[in-house]
Design a protein around this ligand. Sequence first.
Ligand SMILES: O=C(O)CCC(=O)C(=O)O
Length: 252
Amino acid sequence: MTMLTPDQIHAYRRDGYLHLRGLFSPEEAAAYRAEVHAIAEGQGPTDATWESVKDGATRLIHCHDVQFRSAAFTRLLLDPRVTGTAQSIIGPNVQLHHTKMFVKPPEQGSPFPMHQDHPYFPHRDHSLIAMIFHFDDAPEERGCLRVYPGSHALGPLPAVGADHHLAKDRFPLAGATPLPAKAGDMIVFSYLLAHGSGLNRSDEARTTLLVQLRDPADVQLNDRHASRGQGMMLAGVDPTATPFRFAWDAAA
Ligand SMILES: O=C(O)CCC(=O)C(=O)O
C-alpha cells in the first residue's frame, strides 16, 4: 500500500525530509502524549542531553523501546498511515530499527546538536528513515526540529566528538531551517539529513516519539545500537530471513 503522492515522494527525495501535517488527529496525539508522560513519570528521572551541549542547566527526558512499555506504541508502529508512509519511501518491506520517546521539559529542554543519524548505525544502502511524531505543538520556542534541506545528498559527513555531531561552523544550529509542528504532525527524514533542534524555552513540554525504520535487505555496518524489537517486520516480508532454528540448537 502506498500512501504518499508522487509529489510528496519527489519532495522527500529532493529535500531529504517531508512534513506530514495532521497525520494523527488532535485526540490521537493527546492520547499518545498521555502514554509518553505516564512512561516518563513511571520510570523516574532520566537525562539524555548530548555531551556537546551538556551544561547542567537543561534536561532531556527519554526512554527507548517504548513498544515494550505500552501497547499503544505497538499499535502506532502498525498503523497503516505509518507503514504506508514508510513503504512509499523504503519500498514494500519495512523493518523496525528502534523507537525512543523524548520530552523536552518546559524552560529547560535540551537542544540536539546538528547531526546525521548515520554514524550511530551506518547501513550499506542508507535505507534508514526517521519519523518524528509530535504529540503536542512544537513551535520554534519549544525547540522544534531544524534541518538543512537537501543535506542528505552530501552523503555521510565527518562527525565530531563523542556524540557524533556535525562541525558547528559548517552546520550551525541557528542556520538550519526550523520546522515548527502541531500536535498530530509527523516529520519523516533520511538518516543522512543534517538535523538538530533548539532549546525548549517555553512554559510547556515538547513531547515526541522517534521511530527508525529500514529496508530488511539493507545491511548494518556495525553492531552498535541494538534495541529490543529490532528486526520486527512492520510491513511486507524479510527476504533475507534464514531457516528457523531453536535458540538451543543455534548455541550448540
Ligand atoms: O527530537 C529532536 O529534536 C531530534 C532528535 C534526534 O535528532 C535524535 O534523537 O537523533
